[in-house]
Write a protein that binds this ligand. Structure first.
Ligand code: PHE
Length: 453
């Protein structure tokens, strides 16, 4: 049993806080999702809208989450019970814990594919394969009932092994090592990619604004992705915020994390597209870009063997520093609300989420005939969590800070280690009171078809 009076585990340094929060933000969302949706929706045109959402909605919601966490010193659910006792606000926390279950269940599956691809790369498994063979290598693997489940469980075990150790010695320590490693690998890959012959076409694909491709759907995807990529809307940063010391400058942290996440997403695009175009391969959509298109590129390019190993290590590391932040949401909730120890809470959360994850993995193959609302189990988990739960969570978090918690308490909490006053405070309050909730509401109504662009 956890001792309630025991000192709360905390991040030990400013760099540790930033590494952990940036580690959560930078993940599969940056490395496979961002480059591909940016390409589809008009390159720089999409980037422009996405950046506007990041600044106008992402930044304020992230600061809101950190304020809620640090002020309450509790998990995503307990935080609202402390700050707004006896009110229904706590259900935002329940929604967040639920979202954590769903997201980690499919996230672990994709991360497992990435672990498998490290091994395929080491075995030089893409060499001398035709595009069709590389394609079926991927589809045969993800559809098989046993192998992907094993890799998913390996990845979940790694996640649990870090979380079980705690905040400072587990989560913080690993992020401090893995995040710089990730940045180094990515910069190396980006340099290699842009120096290939014919790289320009890839840079153009990513950076040349094509406003004709920026549809209403593109604008909506930009908002949804802003939430997913910054880990917002489900209490990840409420939970991490609760481990941040009073002397931390929350505004600076939020800016650092957001800049890091955005730069890394753009770097991922720079690492991927020039290489893809240099070898005359059409960029595929979604997971295929990483697991089918890139292996085709790797086996043609000089040094591709090493490039592919590094790439899948990078992808796995990015996924791992995100998955630990998702698991911690559930672990902190079990620990504090059911008075469990960290060990028991981690084991329980990992087992439950992995069971859901196995269903996701099997839905690629043997369970593929089973669908709900026309979606496979995997797609359903992804769709409901990213498109509904995160934006709804973000909407209410903004409303909570804007209308319930209020300007005075915001100013006081931020002032503990930094400063937010005058025009900046007024702008922040305006964003959380009006801009974020209204923009999110428009997106949600559109998603469920009540409003059509
Ligand atoms: N931000 C992570 C990514 O881009 C995913 C994530 C979502 C992590 C929600 C935590 C919470 O891959």
């Amino acid at each position: 049993m956890a001792d309630k009076n025991q000192k709360r585990d905390k991040f030990g340094s400013t760099f540790g806080v930033i590494a952990a929060a940036a580690g959560s933000a930078v993940g599969l969302g940056n490395i496979w999702k961002f480059p591909y949706i940016a390409g589809v929706y008009g390159g720089a045109a999409f980037l422009f809208v996405y950046l506007a959402f990041i600044v106008a909605i992402g930044l304020p919601v992230m600061l809101s989450e950190l304020i809620i966490g640090r002020k309450s010193q509790r998990n995503a659910f307990g935080a609202f019970k402390v700050l707004a006792p006896g009110t229904p606000w706590k259900y935002i926390g329940i929604l967040g814990v639920g979202a954590a279950f769903l997201i980690l269940s499919f996230y672990g599956v994709v991360a497992g594919w990435s672990v498998h691809y490290i091994i395929v790369s080491i075995q030089d498994g893409f060499a001398s394969k035709s595009p069709e063979q590389i394609n079926s290598l991927f589809s045969t693997f993800i559809e098989s009932p046993v192998q992907p489940v094993i890799y998913q469980l390996i990845f979940m075990l790694a996640t649990a092994a870090i979380v079980i150790v705690g905040i400072k010695k587990g989560i913080e320590k690993f992020n401090k090592i893995l995040m710089p490693l990730l940045v180094l690998i990515l910069i190396g890959l980006a340099i290699k990619s842009v120096t290939l012959d014919g790289a320009m076409a890839g840079l153009e694909f990513l950076f040349k604004p094509d406003f004709s491709k920026l549809t209403g759907d593109g604008i909506l995807s930009a908002l949804g992705h802003a939430f997913f990529t910054l880990s917002l809307g489900m209490g990840t940063l409420i939970t991490y915020g609760s481990y941040i010391g009073k002397d931390n400058n929350l505004v600076k942290t939020v800016i650092n994390v957001t800049v890091a996440d955005t730069v890394i997403a753009i770097l991922a695009g720079i690492a991927i597209f020039p290489a893809v175009f240099a070898f005359g391969i059409a960029p595929a959509e979604g997971p295929g870009l990483i697991f089918i298109t890139l292996p085709n590129v790797f086996h043609q390019m000089p040094g591709g063997f090493l490039f592919s190993i590094l790439f899948f290590i990078l992808l796995t590391v990015a996924a791992l520093t995100s998955s630990i932040s998702i698991l911690e949401v559930v672990v902190a909730y079990f620990k504090e609300e059911f008075n469990m120890g960290r060990r028991g809470a981690t084991v329980l959360a990992t087992v439950l989420i992995s069971m859901l994850g196995i269903m996701c993995s099997l839905s690629m193959g043997v369970l593929s005939p089973v669908t709900l609302f026309g979606l496979s189990f995997f797609d359903l988990m992804d769709w409901v969590s990213a498109n509904i739960m995160l934006p709804v969570g973000g909407l209410f978090i903004a409303l909570f800070i804007g209308w319930f918690f209020g300007r005075k308490k915001v100013e006081a909490e931020v002032a503990k280690g930094g400063n937010l006053s005058g025009i900046f405070l007024s702008s922040f309050m305006f964003l959380v009171k009006f801009v974020a909730p209204i923009a999110i509401a428009i997106v949600l109504l559109n998603k469920i078809g009540l409003l059509n662009f």
